[in-house]
Ligand binder design. Sequence first.
Ligand SMILES: Nc1ncnc2c1ncn2[C@@H]1O[C@H](COP(=O)(O)OP(=O)(O)OP(=O)(O)O)[C@@H](O)[C@H]1O
Ligand SMILES: [Mg+2]
Length: 327
Amino acid sequence: MSDGPAIETRGVTRVFESRKGFLFREKTRTEALKGVDLVVERGAIFGLLGPNGAGKTTFTKILSTLLLPTSGTALVLGHSVTKETAWLRPRMGLVLGGERGLYNRVSGRENLRYFADLYGVPIAERERRIGEVLERVGLTDAADRRTEEYSRGMKQKLHIARGILHRPEILFLDEPTIGLDPKSARETRKLIRSLVSDGVTIFLTTHYMFEAEELCPRIAILSRGRIVARDTLDGLRTLVGGDRTFEVEAYGFEDREIESLRHLPGVSKVASEEYGPATRLTMRVRTRETTLDDVRGLLPGHPELAVRERRTSLEDVYLDLVEEEAT
Ligand SMILES: Nc1ncnc2c1ncn2[C@@H]1O[C@H](COP(=O)(O)OP(=O)(O)OP(=O)(O)O)[C@@H](O)[C@H]1O
Ligand SMILES: [Mg+2]
């Protein structure tokens, strides 16, 4: 295997132009990606997060040579996704998920035969390879049933089996556990982890924060077509102002009380939201010197006051960064 990053993009943009309205006279223009610079190291799982419509699928499709960028450059395994597709395609796998892309009237095994031929898996090796991937994703027993009888989770496993059939060096997974029950989702995550131990680089998008937290040592957040952060989870916590989060609840706070909390040492943010009949303040705290007792001390007039501390989660980080971008 060669060195260098698994993915390296510079200024990748993508514009979609479509027509709508009477006689399709109205032109709409969507800038899905507005200059994405991203480096992803080899041999790990990299997570891309972002709100609906942020451009994650568009970016994943560009990296996997399914879609052309409007401008910018993108290298995968050191090769251009626009100029070296013939070199790249056998070395990468893409799993877009969902119900599409499978032949429902034939069995899982027959689906894989079709894709094995498409990917140029040698005939002599084909059946053994199919048996291996079926085993790997836990579909051996269902292999000869028609795919239309498969549950959503089984279809997703078959999609992943298809994605690894030709032993790619890099695998793109767009929301691999969407719509799966907790047990199937957990099995899928286990499978994803096992692929990494075989040396496959995985690029994954997800809306499940705990999934990214569990699987991805490094994470990027895409918002409105731009990368707004790229770091380890700890790095992202620092970026949003602290790895401690205080939650403070009472029946309403005065502005001066909130202001006094903001002035405690190490407090980077105090956000207020209605929480049932109560108001909840969420505080991001950077240092150890400020404690829950300091918070209690500043809010004497609230017999109903409830305070607790927890570790800043990826969800907190995500919401802070995406919110910041929106304002
Ligand atoms: N084929 C297309 N034609 C026109 N617009 C498109 C097309 N594909 C995507 N878009 C637009 O590009 C933007 C980014 O879409 P994309 O599917 O990449 O987002 P996403 O981050 O994957 O969202 P989600 O989390 O909902 O999957 C959206 O505004 C979308 O409407
Ligand atoms: Mg998407």
